[in-house]
Design a protein around this ligand. Sequence first.
Ligand SMILES: [Zn+2]
Length: 232
Amino acid sequence: MGKYKRIREEAYKANMELKRQGLVISTFGNVSAADVKGRFFSIKPSGVPYEKLSPSKMVVVSFDNKILEGNLRPSSDTETHAVIYSNFKGIAGITHTHSPYAVAWAQAKKSIPVLGTTHADYSSKSIPCTKPLSKNSIRGKYETETGVQIVKHFKKHGLNYNEIQMVLVACHGPFTWGSSAGKSVMNNLILEKIAEMAYMTLKINPECKPVSKELINKHYTRKHGKKAYYGQ
Ligand SMILES: [Zn+2]
């Protein structure tokens, strides 16, 4: 039990934070926490209500999707997490929810353009939306294919997964990641807010265009660049 204790606790805390932030209803949504060196992660068990979760109920799975510890079946999205960890080297947490505004953009099959500085603070690019999965991918290993679709989209469009730590899977919803499980939850919350603001903006002015490169770069680099000066 000892080897996986820390990772199970981290995954448990992050899943409870997801619930606390109001990003999930019922049992929708899951967070995993990874040990990058050990190539394993801990994830929420499938269909267990958040009130009934505990660190000992969390399931430990390897990056190649083998259960290492746990008596419960892991989240049905586990294979998607495994594919993302195997390809996006170094990330240590993944969150998936069906938070409504992000889902709305995903269902509309639209990337979220950078319409203001709130978005630019976190990403200098649009929040990408993948193509819908093909019929064959859906019939086949659906959860694995969902991960593959995300990875392919980033490769095809030359996107950097360290810079854009979020994606919308078309017709489905958001997946976010980060350097810890907690950060991936925070990214899901930020994505939900950006999605909501973009939706409202385009409702007020459907012609609204993305902000200038200068404004995007100013905001992005003051938080993330080599010369970042935001915060203490
Ligand atoms: Zn889902």
